[in-house]
Write a protein of this length. Structure first.
Length: 324
C-alpha cells in the first residue's frame, strides 16, 4: 500500500497516481480534509500499528510500501467539538493531538518516505545558515525589525536590495457572492527603495532583506533521491520577471534544459543531505560574473514546468520511487 498526502488541486499528484494505477499498485490518498489515525499494538520486540482514514481501516503497518508527502500535512482525527470551557482541558487536548501527530510523523518517516512531514516550507534563515556551513554562495542578507539597521544595509548595498516573505508567501483570494474566485494575489519578491524605507516606522515586524543580484539567468533544480533535473530560466529577458521569475511565465520568457556543472551538482547533493530532504525544488541564480548563488529550497515545490521543459518526466520518476 502506498499512502499519498496531497491536495485536490494538485495536477501532478494525479499524474503520479495514474502511473500507480497503471502498474496496479494499491494506494490510498489523503486530501486536505481527510483525517488519519493510527492504533498501536506494542509488545516486547514488536511495534505494529493500523492506519485509519476518516475512521475507516486502510492497512496495517507491515502493508505500507511507501509514503509520499506532496502537498498537505497530516490531519489528526479529533474527538468531539474540540471546544472546552476550561483552559486546562483545552491545553490537554492540544498536547494530546500534538503527541499523536508527532508519532504518526515518526512512523511514516521510518518507512520509504518521499518528502518530509512538517517541512512544507523550509525555514529560510536555517537554509541560509546551512549554506554558510557548507561554504555555498548566497546573497548578502539582513533579517531585522530595525529601520536603522535596514538603512545601513541599504547603503552598504548601494541602494540595491529586495525583500520577500520570511515564511510562506503571502496569499489573498477574493471571492464573489457566488463563491467563485474573483481575484488572486501572491506575494512576490519586490525591490526596496528609499521611499519605502522612509515610510517605515522605527521598528517593524521582523523581515528579510537581501542584496539585489546582478543576474545572468536563473535555475530551477528539482532534486529527487540523489538525481537532479534543472531548467534554465531567462528571467532577465522580461522586465516583469527580472526580480521574480514566477511573474514571467505568461510573458513569453524562454526556458530550456540545463546541466549543472559537476561542482554545483555536488553542492546540491551535500546541501540536500544536510537539510535531510530527499525531494525539493531549489532556486539558484547565475550572476553575470558566473557565480552560482543559492536562494532557497521548497520541499514540496512545483516541478511540472521543469519536467516539461527538460523532457525528464519527473512524475514517472516519482512513481518509480514509490513503487520500488
Amino acid at each position: 500500500m502506498i499512502l499519498v498526502f496531497t491536495e485536490r488541486t494538485d495536477l501532478n499528484s494525479r499524474i503520479v497516481l495514474s502511473y500507480l494505477n497503471y502498474y496496479n499498485e494499491p494506494f490510498e490518498v489523503f486530501l486536505e480534509d481527510d483525517a488519519i489515525e493510527l492504533e498501536y499494538l506494542i509488545e516486547k520486540n514488536k511495534f505494529d500499528y493500523q492506519v485509519y482514514k476518516n475512521n475507516q481501516f486502510v492497512c496495517s503497518s507491515n502493508d505500507i510500501k511507501s509514503v509520499w508527502y506532496r502537498r498537505t500535512d497530516i490531519q489528526v482525527c479529533r474527538f468531539g467539538t474540540g471546544q472546552f470551557s476550561q483552559k486546562g482541558l483545552e491545553i490537554y487536548s492540544s498536547e494530546h493531538i500534538k503527541t499523536r501527530y508527532q508519532q504518526i510523523q515518526r512512523c511514516f518517516h521510518n518507512k520509504r518516505c518521499l518528502g518530509k512531514f512538517g517541512f512544507g516550507n523550509y525555514n529560510k534563515i536555517e537554509f541560509l545558515e546551512i549554506c554558510t556551513l557548507l561554504n555555498l554562495e548566497i546573497p548578502r542578507t539582513l533579517v531585522t525589525k530595525s529601520k536603522q539597521y535596514l538603512i545601513e544595509f541599504w547603503n552598504s548595498c548601494k541602494g540595491e536590495i529586495i525583500t520577500k516573505s520570511l515564511a510562506f508567501p503571502y496569499e489573498y483570494t477574493n471571492y464573489n457572492e457566488s463563491g467563485e474566485i474573483e481575484s488572486y494575489q501572491l506575494g512576490y519578491t519586490v525591490p526596496v527603495g528609499e521611499l519605502e524605507i522612509e515610510l517605515l516606522p522605527e521598528f517593524f515586524d521582523l523581515s528579510i532583506f537581501q542584496e539585489k543580484l546582478d543576474k545572468q539567468f536563473e535555475i530551477r533544480t528539482i532534486f529527487l533521491d540523489g538525481k537532479t533535473y534543472s531548467q534554465a530560466i531567462f528571467s532577465q529577458s522580461r522586465e516583469i520577471a527580472s526580480l521574480d521569475y514566477r511573474q514571467g511565465y505568461d510573458s513569453g520568457m524562454r526556458t530550456c534544459n540545463y546541466t549543472l556543472p559537476t561542482r554545483i551538482e555536488t553542492q546540491v547533493e551535500k546541501l540536500m543531505k544536510k537539510l535531510d530532504l530527499n525531494f525539493g525544488s531549489l532556486d539558484i541564480v547565475v550572476t553575470k560574473d558566473n557565480r552560482y548563488v543559492f536562494l532557497e529550497v521548497n520541499p514540496n515545490g512545483q516541478y511540472g514546468a521543469v519536467s516539461l521543459s527538460t523532457n525528464s518526466n519527473v512524475d514517472y520518476e516519482l512513481a518509480k520511487f514509490l513503487m520500488n
